[in-house]
Design a binder for this molecule. Sequence first.
Ligand SMILES: Cc1cc2nc3c(=O)[nH]c(=O)nc-3n(C[C@H](O)[C@H](O)[C@H](O)COP(=O)(O)O)c2cc1C
Length: 321
Amino acid sequence: MTRAIGRQTDPAIRTDLCGIRLASPVILAAGTAGTLDETAGVTDLARIGAVVSKSITRLPRKGNPEPRITWTRAGMLNAIGLANPGVEAFAADIAPRAARMPCAVIGSIAGFSIEDYVGTAGVMEAAAEIPIVELNVSCPNVHGGVEFGADPGALAELVRAVRAELNTKRLLVKLSPITVGTPHSPADLARVACEAGADGMTLCNTIPSMGIDVRTRKPLLANVTGGLSGPAVHPVVVKIVHDVYRAFARDAGVPIVAGGGVTRWEDAAEFVLAGASAVQVGAGSFVDPRSANKITKGLLRWTRSQGAGNIGELVGRVELA
Ligand SMILES: Cc1cc2nc3c(=O)[nH]c(=O)nc-3n(C[C@H](O)[C@H](O)[C@H](O)COP(=O)(O)O)c2cc1C
């Protein structure tokens, strides 16, 4: 089968991400599109940029007990706990499906030690149809899930070790939005990750959070706490993208992939103006599985209405007084 990545969309919306050509800057976020291709029946994958796989760990994980997804007025709370089939099943069952995808595939890896990440990265390196790897160092729903992403020394060591494993792949590092209470800003961590060998960064994962049923007095999630995503996190991440772009990414020429509360094309356009080269849709796909396609169409109309020949011309072009 001939793969026609990038030919289904207007040139004005095609996007270069670390040298990889995407049909659109809109990407389905890790863990929100099944393991890889399960949304193909409801989302036109030929008209989006990429799908990020479920985060894969060295060993299979059942994840946290249910309930592990719930909705609040502010958005979605999840504590899936990195449920995934593990790296051996990934190599046998999921990676071969990447070859049949009509869009780019980004392989997400998670772990609890450098050896874990490196082992999974080695399997990703062998997957010819996966050009980009996203390193999840920011999962708030498992013990130890955010530690690598919060400590610059540990982050640099991890990125260097994973980079050494990935000779042919681009590497994105997915950071947490929460650095409050630590001396390190997201821009500091992004800089550390890129200096250690990352080609770009994904901003951001979910925000640690909690909900309580006041009638039963029990937490809404069996795990007690989870990660908040959806519209409430969007303005938080717009600021982080704006800060990281101006503090570091613009001058370093490093792309930002922004995710958090993108449910309409306007949200995606805001991220582009703040400095993102591509955007991810997560919780929005649960509300409307076609939202990524609708957002792509809206971005195309917006790009033309702004007089740009390609959406890349609008990256970081917020007009500050
Ligand atoms: C049900 C669910 C599962 C998720 N699983 C993962 C995961 O395996 N790896 C990861 O890096 N992020 C995971 N995320 C975070 C999303 O990829 C995304 O970064 C986050 O939801 C913010 O985007 P949104 O506001 O559009 O949902 C998950 C989010 C949800 C809602």
